[in-house]
Design a protein around this ligand. Structure first.
Ligand SMILES: C[S@@+](CC[C@H](N)C(=O)[O-])C[C@H]1O[C@@H](n2cnc3c(N)ncnc32)[C@H](O)[C@@H]1O
Length: 258
């Protein structure tokens, strides 16, 4: 990453944990979201997530060869190469750098308690750590579908979810497998977009998915301040006619579907 790109990202850090609501929210929803933030920052470790992480760490793979379809540095517009980029990464490093952290994970857990529906969707399973928070916060009958492009990462997540009947993991590039997921599933209550991290691609996924969401469903976008293109995507998406209202939580943003 270039020095100017690094400075850009550091400048965004003081915006993390902001909480800016658009017009149209009622007071009780605002209070629930503020309470979710407080729980995220001050809550305790979540036992099912600790168990999940332990299962991953106990797997035989210390180092994975991963096929990465995401934006590499995020600093230039990039739709992701068709073939993906192969690299070696330590599983421990992936847990600390790529997976949702405890704080943001707890926020996901609370958002799932508030808004998960009978069917929900995640783009970017990675090791399933964010998904474990989402599943922990959801009613046990609520289903989660999650898509991961890298087969080796997906296998580790699949192994850690062998106990969870409400989880369906799909392996494939979003652009290849999402159309079929959308053909077969409707009325998503909660959608979490946390992969690719390219602004143009993120806008496309959001525009493709909203029509399959319940009215009033929440689309959560991660890393809206990860790069200029992701920030621009967020600024554009909040103006879409299908967006009823939004909240900017700094690192994440939530769009409420009309
Ligand atoms: C930041 S990680 C997801 C973290 C996870 N949601 C969590 O909360 O722990 C992003 C994941 O998306 C996957 N990914 C990125 N671009 C993709 C694409 N175009 N298609 C499929 N998977 C992709 C990567 O392989 C990576 O595992």
């Amino acid at each position: 990453m270039s020095l100017s790109a690094l400075f850009w990202r550091i400048k965004q850090w003081n915006q993390y944990w902001k909480c800016e609501f658009s017009a149209g929210w009622d007071v009780s929803d605002q209070e629930q979201i503020r309470a979710a933030r407080t729980f995220a920052v001050h809550g305790a470790a979540v036992q099912p997530v600790q168990k999940h992480t332990q299962t991953i760490l106990e797997s035989d793979s210390e180092v994975l060869e991963v096929l990465d379809f995401g934006a590499v540095s995020g600093m230039s517009p990039q739709l992701g190469s068709n073939a993906g980029v192969v690299r070696s990464v330590q599983v421990k490093t992936m847990i600390s750098r790529t997976a949702s952290s405890e704080k943001w994970g707890r926020l996901l857990l609370r958002l799932a308690q508030l808004k998960s529906g009978k069917v929900n969707l995640e783009l970017g399973t990675n090791l399933g750590i964010g998904l474990r928070y989402l599943v922990t916060g959801s009613h046990f009958q609520n289903q989660w579908i999650s898509i991961e492009g890298d087969p080796n990462t997906a296998n580790l997540a699949r192994n850690a979810f062998s106990d969870a009947q409400q989880v369906t993991l799909i392996t494939g590039r979003f652009s290849d497998v999402l159309p079929q997921v959308l053909e077969e599933n409707h009325d998503f209550g909660l959608v979490f977009i946390d992969g690719h991290h390219d602004g143009f691609a993120t806008q496309k996924y959001a525009d493709d998915i909203f029509g399959n969401m319940k009215s009033g469903g929440w689309m959560v976008l991660d890393d809206i301040r990860w790069s200029p293109s992701m920030k621009q995507a967020w600024e554009q998406l909040v103006t879409r006619p299908w967006v009823d209202r939004w909240v900017d939580l700094g690192k994440m943003g939530i769009l409420v579907v009309k």
